[in-house]
Design a binder for this molecule. Structure first.
Ligand code: NAD
Length: 424
């Protein structure tokens, strides 16, 4: 008999509610392992921390931080750290759970974890950002470590923030511990190929999905929401393969050009002024229009809950590549399936980042670094093997790629749980 979690109140379309319904859908395919499924519906450990810092003007500010370790049956926790004013414990729980599914889906020897701070980093000076990062790292230092839980970048965090996290943790333990975070700068034990890895994984899975759909990437029209680390890199790789990027949306607005946006100009401008800064290269349109732009492929690469029922009805895409975590709410998933739109789910589509994070962690332990070709070849191989296995499972049970990914991943996680047994 299980009690419900007392500290969350998941609604149908909230990230945690979405995750729970995704797990419920996989239960019929788990056989006798289904008796362990409750273990996936609650985090192993959740830490809430106060992050006080002295601001540049002398005032004291407090921020709320989280680190959630969802499941560690298959290995140490792994997952990014998000700095965003809307971060909540429930959101971080969902993101940590998706990491559990993702690491198992690509068969990396990790569990799932995630962290976040409720802060708008755009409102902080560089000095304040460093203080927030260091104090947060020190607070969660009691549960992270190279063998226990390894953070990485996510929304609004980058290699510099990982360097501060590594340094803070190292100062506290009294020795340089490069393996405590991934996504570090290259000269601090970072890996070649890590910055572009998630976008590259979106491209690799998208290329294979397009091939199976009989869709030629040359001339294919692509709409991308979110033009940061994931969205811009994926867009560049598809453009290199001959596709046209016809619409891009970020936090500043939406820009559209049916003939294809010139990424060589858009990418640098977007870094300083956002995508609407490239008015010369396309039309700036209301944000809601993004969802009905004529396109063949839609890449949500911003935040959760973006593809709602209404937007799923509107899209003209035949293929959705989930670069973001949790961009599609369950009811929208059903509408896309009914409309014959193929969705490559987040838990496989954006797994390229954690895969190269794994390479980085392995390289840190062995102190032997690989060249970029080796990284990209291994990434391609791991993602393709995982995707092919998931596709076979989907075909066998006549289920969606998302449910198939959960079936493959949950079987691995729950088998590990069963073989380890319950302690005590
Ligand atoms: P990022 O901070 O580099 O970029 C985020 C982008 O989303 C920016 O272009 C921002 O302007 C845009 N955005 C923010 N709010 C928006 C809104 N309301 N409407 C439209 N656009 C908005 O972040 P990222 O690392 O590219 O992460 C994007 C997504 O990919 C997140 O869901 C993240 O969890 C997921 N993800 C990232 C990685 C990684 O390695 N960075 C790995 C796996 C999954």
């Amino acid at each position: 008999m299980s009690e419900k979690l007392s500290f969350v109140n998941p609604t149908a379309n909230s990230p945690w509610g979405t995750y729970l319904s995704q797990v419920d859908r996989v239960v019929p395919y788990l056989g006798p392992l289904a008796r362990w499924v409750e273990t996936l519906k609650r985090p192993k450990r959740a830490l809430i921390v106060d992050v006080p810092i002295e601001m540049d003007d002398g005032s004291i500010a407090h921020f709320e931080g989280y680190r959630v370790q969802h499941n560690m049956s298959r290995g140490p926790g792994k997952g990014g750290v998000r700095f965003h004013p809307d971060v909540t414990l429930e959101e971080v729980m969902a993101l940590s759970a998706w990491m559990t599914i993702k690491t198992a889906a690509v068969n990396l020897p990790y569990g799932g974890a995630k962290g976040g701070i409720r802060v708008d980093p755009k409102k902080l000076s560089l000095q304040e950002l460093e203080k927030v990062t260091r104090r947060y790292t020190s607070e969660i230092g009691i549960i992270i470590g190279p063998h226990t839980d390894i953070p990485a970048p996510d929304v609004n965090t980058n290699a510099q923030i990982m360097a501060w996290m590594m340094d803070t943790y190292s100062m506290n333990v009294g020795g340089t511990a490069t393996g405590v975070v991934t996504g570090k700068p290259l000269h601090l034990g970072g890996s070649l190929g890590r910055v572009k890895a998630t976008g590259r994984g979106v491209f690799v899975t998208g290329r294979e999905a397009a091939r199976r759909l009989g869709m030629d990437l040359r001339g294919a029209r692509i709409a991308v929401q979110g033009f940061g680390n994931v969205g811009s890199v994926a867009a560049e790789l598809f453009a290199e393969a001959g596709a046209k990027i016809v619409a891009v949306q970020d936090h500043t607005g939406t820009i559209v050009n049916p003939n294809g946006l010139d990424l060589t100009k858009l990418v640098p401008i977007s870094r300083t002024d956002g995508v609407v800064g490239f008015k010369a290269g396309g039309d700036v349109v209301p944000n809601e229009d993004f969802w009905e732009v004529a396109c063949d492929i839609l890449i949500p690469a911003a935040l959760e809950g973006q593809i709602t029922a209404e937007r799923a009805q509107k899209t003209t895409a035949k293929l959705v590549l989930e670069g973001a975590n949790g961009p599609t709410v369950p009811v929208a998933d059903d509408i896309l399936a009914e409309r014959g739109v193929l969705v490559v789910p987040d838990v496989i589509c954006n797994a390229g980042g954690v895969t190269v994070s794994y390479f980085e962690w392995v390289q840190d332990f062995s102190s032997f670094f690989w060249d970029e070709d080796e990284i990209n070849v291994r990434l391609d191989r791991i993602m393709m093997n995982a995707l092919n296995q998931i596709w076979d499972t989907a075909d066998k049970h006549k289920i969606s790629l998302r449910t198939a990914t959960y079936a493959v991943a949950c079987e691995r996680i729950l088998m590990a749980r069963q073989e380890r047994g319950l302690y005590p």
